[in-house]
Design a protein around this ligand. Structure first.
Ligand code: PMP
Length: 410
């Protein structure tokens, strides 16, 4: 049994949540786009900038060593948090998008050939679609997508059917940012690998809400962004299986990623993980992300997930009463995301009226245009929850939505 989370205790650690927006207390329901930051994360970055900022790995001086220690310690925190076998398998990236692009460029260009299939799903974020399309175009390969059922679950029959062509790579999201659907990532990985594919999982929406163990999942690559997991923007992680990372050529060249550089004899590369980390990294970001994951662990990620599930259920319960309400994504296994459209009312107009009442939600396609096409909508209103949201906020949101819809229909 996970312990019950007290969101008011959590909220007290988020200075931004005390502010007002348009004269009303802020109700922040846009976690899936980016999470707010708790004081320890803000303080850790401030501490670094105030007291020991220096470049990492290069200096013998005290500041550089302190910065390097903190930076590498953060890598170890990430390793433990996602259950990787070694910290060499943790590559600092600018975010999930950056990680997927690295795999597409460094692994994809060497391993994807003419006629090959890259299998994704219809519920992917554009970050897990476009890099594969770019790669496929360059290599003469094809991108195919597994369908989504009416309730927003992945069509498993279609998944197995599409594996019959033996795709080289299968890339799918662990949790959908638009539908909230939780995919059975372990099962999908096993099926894909049995068909001979390498597997990349987009964990952007999973790491902030669920326990992740990459060894248990058995995947080849796993990516996530720091900023959705209470950490800073501009930092993220690519996990790759060690043997696979070792077999890959680096993508970006520059300082930090080399062993010896010679104009005459050419260049040899550093070992993992530095081989993929050209240039000065986002040092304060990495340190902040380490603190964010430690903080999240302190809450207990299962408790966070349970709490968010209760919030989402209460939101659905309240919204269901509105005439013309249609939820997009009602899968039995889903995380704290509620996406909907209301007959005859534009999502953007609802979002604008909610903002005027201090409620921050996201409207539009959520970088999942193929999913919008699948559900024949131009966009949705999406409320997404974090550890700091309360049931009272859900009630405020539901009442504000009702007012907005009534006004727009009047
Ligand atoms: N994948 C998913 C499922 C996401 O929700 C997002 C962010 N909305 C991304 C990838 C891209 O993350 P970033 O922009 O931080 O690289």
């Amino acid at each position: 049994m996970s312990k019950v989370l007290d969101p008011n205790h959590v909220r007290a650690q988020f200075p931004i949540l005390t502010r007002e927006v348009n004269g009303k207390p802020l109700v922040y329901l846009d976690h899936a786009a980016s999470a707010q930051k708790p004081v320890p994360v803000i303080e850790a970055q401030r501490e670094y900038l105030m007291h020991y900022h220096s470049n990492v790995h290069r200096g013998v001086h005290a500041l550089s060593q302190q910065a390097t220690d903190a930076f590498e310690h953060a890598r170890t925190i990430v390793q433990r948090h996602i259950g990787a076998a070694s910290s060499s398998e943790i590559i600092w990236m600018a975010g999930a998008t950056d990680g997927i692009n690295l795999v597409a460029q460094a692994w994809g260009r060497e391993n994807i050939s003419k006629g090959d299939v890259i299998l994704i799903t219809e519920m992917e974020h554009h970050a897990n679609i476009v890099p594969w399309q770019m790669l496929a175009e360059e290599r003469g390969a094809h991108v195919e997508a597994v369908g989504v059922l009416d309730d927003g679950t992945l069509d498993l029959q279609d998944f197995q059917e599409k594996l019959k062509v033996n795709p080289k790579l299968v890339a799918f999201t662990h949790i959908s940012n638009t539908l909230g659907t939780i995919n059975d990532a372990k099962q999908l990985t096993a099926w894909a690998q049995a068909a001979g594919a390498k597997v990349l999982i987009d964990g952007s929406q999973a790491v902030p809400h669920a326990a992740v163990d990459v060894q248990d999942l058995g995947c080849d690559f796993y990516v996530f962004s720091g900023h959705k997991s209470y950490g800073p923007t501009g930092i993220g992680v690519l996990y790759g299986r060690q043997s696979l990372l070792e077999s890959m050529r680096p993508w970006k060249g520059g300082g930090e990623m080399i062993d010896v550089v010679s104009i005459r004899n050419g260049t040899t590369y550093a070992g993992l993980p530095h081989k993929f980390e050209a240039g000065t990294p986002h040092i304060s970001g990495a340190i902040g992300l380490g603190v964010a994951l430690t903080w999240l662990n302190g809450l207990g990620v299962e408790s966070v997930m349970d709490h968010e599930t209760v919030l989402a259920a209460q939101a659905r319960h309240g919204l269901r009463k509105l005439e013309g309400m249609r939820f997009i994504g009602t899968a039995p296994e889903s995380a704290g995301v509620v996406s909907f459209v209301v007959d005859g009312v534009h999502p953007y107009d609802i979002g604008t009226l909610l903002d005027s009442q201090g409620v921050a939600v996201r409207t539009g396609h959520h970088c999942t245009q193929p999913l919008m096409e699948r559900f024949a909508v131009s966009g949705t209103v999406r409320a997404s929850f974090g550890a700091y949201n309360t049931l009272q906020e859900v009630d405020t949101f539901v009442a504000a939505t009702e007012r907005a819809v009534n006004m727009l229909r009047a």
